[in-house]
Write a protein that binds this ligand. Structure first.
Ligand code: SAM
Length: 248
């Protein structure tokens, strides 16, 4: 069986026993059906991971002892910040999962003019999105969790990026005519903006372009809003990151 990886937000140390309660404990006990002595991997997002073993599992808690530390790093060297237009529930989950697997560093969920969710429903979503990122990081072997920023208005997110230290800012937009001319020096920090199901409004495209974003095409076909971030992140990892020829 694949060894389960478990994220735990605490300092970890060899021979220390950690207690896991709540939803994560229920998942380990009732879904994965872990038992005493089963092997697991613990990580806390602060670098590396630990081989570990279940010490005991009761109705209330799972006790896990860290055994050996491995200073492994599976993070992508290319820093990528995804401004993701808020999507419907399942599409947003897919977008977050794929972006996490592709090594995204930070995700800013952005409220755009075309919004397919009711504004009143958005408040409770952040915790669910954070849980998706955590589970996806456990599954794909990440050693750090992508940062999830608070829900942010599109214009504020664009301005935040403008004031941060990015080498390249791209707005995925159908029909954009951006050329693929390589930048003079390879970018190390890239911000990308992906629209919601209804796309960006003209005013949003103009605002982004006035704030140093380049409209960027992902080909002639319309990608689903949850496909677009994965496609663009994979493309950037190929051009400038860990999928590039010099790294393979
Ligand atoms: N009718 C919408 C429009 O015209 O923008 C379609 C939106 S598409 C389903 C959702 C988002 O995915 C877009 O806002 C864009 O960011 C991205 N996207 C999808 N296909 C794309 C493509 N071929 N080139 C660039 N971006 C694309």
């Amino acid at each position: 069986m694949h060894t389960p990886r478990i994220y735990i937000d605490t300092d970890l140390a060899v021979n220390a026993t950690e207690l896991i309660e709540g939803a994560k404990h229920h998942h380990l006990r009732n879904v994965l059906r872990l038992k005493a002595a089963d092997a697991v991997i613990l990580f806390n997002g602060r670098g590396g991971e630990y081989t570990a073993a279940v010490k005991a599992i009761t109705k209330q808690e799972t006790q896990i002892t860290a055994l050996t530390y491995h200073p492994i790093n599976r993070e992508a060297p290319l820093h990528t910040c995804l401004l993701q237009g808020i999507l419907k529930r399942d599409a947003m989950i897919n977008a977050l999962q794929r972006a996490t697997e592709l090594g995204v560093s930070k995700i800013i969920p952005v409220q755009t003019q075309h919004l397919s969710e009711k504004r009143a429903q958005l408040a409770g979503r952040w915790d669910a999105w954070r849980a998706v990122i955590e589970q996806s990081s456990e599954q794909c072997g990440r050693t750090q969790l992508p940062e999830l920023a608070p829900l942010t208005l599109f214009t504020e997110a664009i301005s935040m990026v403008r004031n941060a230290d990015f080498d390249l800012q791209l707005l995925a937009h159908l029909g954009a005519t951006e050329s693929r001319t390589p930048p003079a020096t390879p970018p190390r920090r890239i911000a990308i903006a992906i629209g919601p199901e209804g796309g960006f409004s003209n005013a949003e495209v103009e605002f982004a372009e006035a704030n140093s974003f380049h409209a960027y095409t992902l080909g002639a076909r319309i990608l689903r809003a949850e496909t677009a971030p994965a496609a663009l992140l994979a493309h950037l990892q190929t051009r400038f990151g860990e999928f590039s020829e010099e790294n393979l």
